[in-house]
Design a protein around this ligand. Structure first.
Ligand code: F6R
Length: 608
């Protein structure tokens, strides 16, 4: 979704801003723009569509500026258009504002400002911020921003400049990320570290209700009470920001193929083999509380929700906890009784998903222990939770989540091991899980070596318009996630179902034009899966099965089978999802879809 970047230093600002915008493209957007000051003139360039178009628009214009702000917009208030793109400006056209988040009281503020003769041109909530700052401006931009944000209800990460004020950028954060980059006599602010990582590895994460003022010889940080804050500068290594495709045609394919390493990164240094337990440094500060909770509620969205659904089965298998899994967007509106004996675990790749953030804020209010599994270091969810575990999987750029899903499953297993070993789980049981886990990367490699076979099957089915995905027990979430992968990148209708539910409705859809992907490994549910497959065959439905080589009956009754190596049942879904990611990828490629940036989707969903 929306992205912000900004620069204040002694180099030409526009190339740095454009490079930052390009590095924000993966988040999904529909328009882009920048504002720079050239000799006290506020120059705003905006365009609908890609950053490339913005670059073309700028080409030929002679602009000399060493500070400015820029934005990629994902439409919320008002259609995607040049007028609605950011930066937004005020009546004097001297103030420029870029904004991520949503201002809930913007209509009320707009009416008030219109009565004071302000003229609005866009449909955005952001334009209200520019006019409010104009209203409060009295030669001091920082003071005007502070006074204005006092009036805002909702979420915002903003960056503001004024053409009368040389080399000053004011940024502020509430509920939407802002990161400050510290370079040599140059300073940056962005909503995502990717935007500024080519220029500096030294960063400061602002917390909610904090603001920063950048100029060419320094910066300072304050809270909204106007008190100066001393904040630590964190230095990140090169690996945290690697975002090239490494020769793969798409980021999604590269990320699918990275899974042997990202799975290993998720457990490396986190297992104590001779005790049959895991060691999760991020949870040490809350270990005593963790031991005393009797219930865990997992909250998340999309793919992270399916990881949570599977996490419920894993935790129930290895611990004595009562485990619930809830969509974050529903959880926050329920009438919930939470207390300190309940843990709430947020799972989120981006750490910025608005629904998940809102859910854990609700849980915090009610006193639950807040835990997180997050990929993006320093993200909002990582900051709010009491403790958590990072994926350390590197940036995931493809909008469809792949490597983070399997990494989340590994971490959920490690968490279950940790809690379980304080409860009934024996050393022997713990060791068996660890032994199986250590073999997973090689088994994933085996599957990836079969990519060509999977591609052949995918091409055979690429013209169908509807698919059903079914699985039982641990593979019910796999069916949901497999269907999500196909629909989001190929725009084919795909439904994931627990196989047992099929006869309660979806089976009426089945005919020769409606193939089913059956996730049917050689486990305790295999006989039931076989009878579901037979019911589909009896209605002329085609079957593509994901199964193991010894499951001869499944292979015999399937039209096509993808064979994956076998592991223990709780880890089998990590292996089963890999061919489904590839299946979706090859179908989408065959159909000519925009795989890394599917229509209407954003990588980081920062609106509710
Ligand atoms: C699907 C996908 C989304 C995300 C969801 C939650 O491939 O990526 O469904 O899983 O938007 O995002 P995070 O994990 O960042 O909270």
């Amino acid at each position: 979704m929306c992205g912000i970047t900004s620069y204040c230093g002694n180099k030409q600002a526009i190339p740095i801003l454009i490079e930052g915008l390009k590095r924000l493209e993966y988040r999904g957007y529909d328009s882009a723009g920048f504002a720079v000051i050239d000799n006290k003139k506020n120059i705003i360039v905006k365009s609908q569509g890609k950053v490339l178009k913005l670059e073309e628009k700028k080409a030929g214009k002679k602009i000399d500026s060493t500070f400015g702000i820029a934005h990629t917009r994902w439409a919320t208030h008002g259609e995607p258009s040049e007028i609605n793109a950011h930066p937004q400006t005020d009546c004097t056209k001297k103030i420029s504002v870029v904004h991520n988040g949503i201002i809930e009281n913007y209509l009320e503020l707009k009416e008030e400002l219109i009565k004071k003769d302000h003229k609005f041109v866009s449909e955005t909530d952001t334009e209200v911020i520019a006019h409010l700052i104009e209203e409060n401006f009295n030669e001091d931009l920082e003071d005007a921003v502070l006074k204005s944000i006092e009036r805002l209800i909702g979420t915002f990460g903003i960056a503001v400049i004024h053409s009368d004020i040389d080399h000053k950028i004011v940024v502020a954060k509430r509920g939407s990320p802002i990161i400050i980059g510290v370079g040599e006599n140059e300073f940056f602010a962005a909503s995502d570290s990717n935007a500024i990582s080519p220029f500096t590895k030294k960063m400061i994460y602002l917390r909610d209700d904090e603001m920063a003022v950048l100029n060419s010889d320094g910066y300072y940080i304050k809270n909204f009470k106007n008190e100066i804050l001393e904040k630590e500068i964190e230095t990140f290594d090169e690996v945290s920001f690697k975002t090239d495709k490494k020769g793969y045609e798409h980021f999604m394919l590269k990320e699918i193929f990275e899974q042997p390493e990202t799975i290993e990164n998720a457990f490396r240094g986190r297992i104590i083999e001779n005790e049959g337990v895991s060691k999760l440094g991020g949870l040490i500060p809350v270990l005593d509380r963790l031991k005393s909770i009797n219930k865990l509620i997992i909250v998340s969205c999309g793919t992270s929700y399916y990881a949570g659904l599977l996490g419920r089965y894993i935790l129930e298998n290895l611990t004595e906890l009562n485990v619930e899994c809830e969509l974050a967007s529903e959880f926050r509106y329920r009438r919930l009784k939470l207390d300190e004996n309940i843990g709430v675990l947020a799972i989120s790749q981006s750490g910025e998903t608005a629904d998940t953030l809102a859910a854990i804020k609700e849980a915090k209010r009610k006193g639950a222990l807040l835990l997180g599994i997050v990929n993006v270091v320093g993200s909002s969810i990582a900051q709010i939770t009491d403790a958590g575990v990072y994926n350390f999987a590197g940036p995931e750029i493809g909008v469809a989540s792949t490597k983070i899903y399997t990494s989340q499953l590994v971490i959920l297993t490690l968490m279950a091991l940790l809690i379980g070993r304080y409860q009934g789980l024996s050393y022997y049981e713990g060791s068996q899980v660890i032994c199986a886990l250590k073999n997973i990367p090689d088994k994933v490699r085996e599957i990836l070596n079969d990519a060509d076979k999977i591609k052949k099957i995918a091409l055979k089915y690429s013209k169908y318009r509807d698919f059903l995905y079914i699985g039982r027990l641990y593979n019910y979430p796999t069916a949901m996630e497999g269907a999500l992968k196909l629909k989001e990148i190929s725009y084919i209708h795909a439904e994931g179902y627990p196989a047992g539910e099929m006869k309660h409705g979806p089976i009426s859809l089945i005919d020769e034009n409606f193939p089913t992907v059956a996730i049917a490994p050689d486990d305790s549910a295999i006989d039931k899966m076989i009878s579901n497959i037979q019911q589909i065959k009896a209605r002329k439905g085609k079957i593509i099965s994901i199964t193991n080589k010894d499951a001869k009956k499944v292979i015999d009754i399937s039209n096509d089978s993808i064979i994956v190596p076998k592991t223990i049942p709780i880890l089998q879904p990590i292996l089963n999802i890999v061919p489904l990611q590839l299946f979706a990828y090859y179908i989408a490629k065959q159909r000519g879809c925009n795989i890394d940036k599917p229509r209407n989707l954003a990588k980081s969903v920062t609106v509710e």
